[in-house]
Design a protein around this ligand. Structure first.
Ligand SMILES: NC(=O)c1ccc[n+]([C@@H]2O[C@H](COP(=O)([O-])OP(=O)(O)OC[C@H]3O[C@@H](n4cnc5c(N)ncnc54)[C@H](O)[C@@H]3O)[C@@H](O)[C@H]2O)c1
Ligand SMILES: [Zn+2]
Length: 381
C-alpha cells in the first residue's frame, strides 16, 4: 500500500534533487509548496531568465525564503502533511572554514523547522530529510587477516608521501573497501558531515517523540542533468565538465583511484518518492546509492570521451584535507524496506549528463578560486 500525502513542502525545492523531485511529485498529482532562498552560489546572481526555474514556479507554490527564518517557515508550513527537508549548504571543503554558517543553515534551519512543527498545530504527519554518506566519514574496510575496521581520517603525513590507501593498523597491509551499511560507525570527517548527522538525528528524535514518521536518506554522490554547473564547491562532474568545455587541464587529486558511489538523479528521486509514499509509520535511516564504486580517473576519462575537447588529464598527487578515500553503499536495507534498487548504470548516466551539458551555456570556471581559498586555509596541499 502506498501512503497518499496531499500537500508536500519541499525545502530547497529549487535545487538539483529538489526541483526534479518536485516536478515528479506534481506529475503524480501532489500539491507542492517550495521554500528556497535561491542561493546565488548555486543559482547564480540572477535567476529571472532561468527557464527550468520558471517552469517549476509555474507548477508549484513557490516561496522565496530561508529555512533559518521563522516568518518564512510560517508561510509554508500550514496545510502540508509531509515535509521533505532538502535545503542545505552542501560544500564539503567550504564547510571546513565556513563553519558557523554551515552549522546555522543545516543544523539551525532543521532545528527551527522542527521547533515550529512541535509547537504550532500544523498537520504534518511525515518528515523526510536529506542526509548524506558523509555521516560515515571514511566508511567500512576489511583486512583479510584482521577483520573489519572503520578507519579514522588519513594523516597529512601519509598523504604527503603519496600513501593514500587506508592500512590495517595491525599488519599495515592496504585495507579492502566494504560496502557501508546503515549500522556502520558514524564518524563524519567534515563539518558538512557533522551537520548532516545532526540534521538526521534531530529529525529522527523529534519525529519519534511526536509520533510522526521520520525518514533520513543518506544519499551518495548524486549526479545528472540539472545539477549546478556554476557552484565550484560541489560536484566533480560539474567541475570536470566545465573545465573540459574551457579546454582547461583536469587536475585529478591523489592517485586518481579514489572512488565514489555515483547515483543518477532519477534513481535518487525514485528512492525519495518511495520514502514519501511508504504507508506504514516508520522512523529510520536508509542508504541511497548505486551500490557501485567508480574511481575518479575513470569518471574523468569517460567524461572526456563523451565531451571531447583538448583538456589534459593529470593525476597530481595533490589532496584535500577531509576528503575520504573510497565509498560504496550497501543497499540491502533500502531494497528490503522501500523496495528501491537503482536502474541507471554509470555509463548510461554519464552519457545522459553529457547530452544535457552540451545544451547548457558554458559557465565561467571559478574552480581555481575555490581551490585558492582552501589552500589559503591550509586545507589543500
Ligand atoms: N547532490 C548530492 O550528491 C547529495 C549527496 C548527499 C546529500 N545531499 C543532500 O541533499 C540535499 C539537496 O542537495 P542538492 O544536490 O539538491 O543541492 P542544491 O545545492 O542543488 O540544492 C539546495 C537548495 O537549497 C537552497 N538553499 C540553500 N540554503 C538555503 C536556505 N538557507 N534556505 C532555503 N533554501 C536554501 C538552495 O538555493 C538550493 O536550491 C542537501 O541537503 C544535500 O546536503 C546531496
Ligand atoms: Zn591486517
Amino acid at each position: 500500500m502506498r501512503h497518499s500525502p496531499k500537500n508536500i513542502l519541499i525545502t530547497g525545492g529549487a535545487g538539483f534533487i529538489g526541483s526534479c523531485l518536485s516536478l515528479r511529485l506534481v506529475e503524480a498529482g501532489y500539491g507542492i509548496v517550495i521554500l528556497d532562498n535561491l542561493s546565488p552560489q548555486i543559482h547564480g546572481p540572477d535567476t529571472s531568465g532561468n527557464s527550468w526555474l520558471n517552469a517549476l514556479r509555474a507548477r508549484t507554490r513557490f516561496v522565496r525564503g530561508d529555512v533559518t527564518n521563522r516568518a518564512d517557515l510560517l508561510k509554508v508550513l500550514p496545510d502540508v502533511d509531509t515535509v521533505v527537508h532538502l535545503a542545505a549548504e552542501t560544500g564539503t571543503g567550504q564547510s571546513m572554514y565556513a563553519i558557523q554558517h554551515y552549522s546555522d543553515v543545516n543544523v539551525g534551519g532543521t532545528a527551527l523547522l522542527l521547533d515550529l512543527i512541535a509547537n504550532e498545530r500544523f498537520p504534518v504527519r511525515k518528515l523526510v530529510v536529506a542526509s548524506s554518506r558523509a555521516v560515515y566519514g571514511e566508511g567500512k574496510y576489511r583486512c583479510p587477516e584482521h577483520g573489519l575496521f572503520y578507519p579514522a581520517a588519513r594523516s597529512d603525513v601519509d598523504m604527503a608521501q603519496g600513501m593514500f590507501e587506508h592500512r590495517c593498523p595491525v599488519c599495515a597491509q592496504p585495507l579492502q573497501l566494504v560496502p557501508t551499511d546503515e549500522s556502520s560507525v558514524l564518524q563524519p570527517s567534515s563539518v558538512y558531515g557533522v551537520t548532516k548527522l545532526a540534521q538526521e538525528q534531530l529529525v529522527l528524535a523529534v519525529g519519534k517523540a511526536l509520533g510522526i514518521s521520520a525518514i533520513a536518506l543518506r544519499y551518495q554522490n548524486v549526479y545528472g542533468p540539472g545539477q549546478s554547473l556554476s557552484n565550484p564547491y560541489t560536484g566533480i562532474l560539474s567541475i570536470f565538465s566545465t573545465r573540459m568545455r574551457h579546454e582547461s587541464p583536469i587536475n585529478i587529486f591523489e592517485d586518481g583511484l579514489e572512488s565514489r558511489d555515483f547515483l543518477y538523479i532519477d534513481d535518487a528521486v525514485e528512492a525519495t518518492m518511495r520514502a514519501i509514499e511508504y504507508a506504514e509509520p516508520l522512523v529510520d535511516v536508509f542508504n541511497v546509492g548505486s551500490g557501485v564504486a567508480t574511481d575518479v580517473l575513470t569518471i574523468a576519462r569517460t567524461l572526456h570521451r563523451y565531451l571531447g575537447g583538448g583538456s589534459e588529464i593529470n593525476v597530481s598527487g595533490q589532496y584535500r584535507v577531509g576528503d575520504i578515500r573510497h565509498n560504496v553503499a550497501d543497499l540491502a536495507k533500502v531494497n528490503q524496506v522501500l523496495g528501491f534498487s537503482p536502474s541507471v548504470s554509470i555509463d548510461e548516466g554519464l552519457n545522459r549528463f553529457v547530452d544535457w551539458v552540451k545544451g547548457e551555456r558554458t559557465q565561467s570556471d571559478r574552480y581555481e578560486e575555490s581551490l585558492a581559498e582552501l589552500r589559503a586555509k591550509g586545507l589543500f596541499k
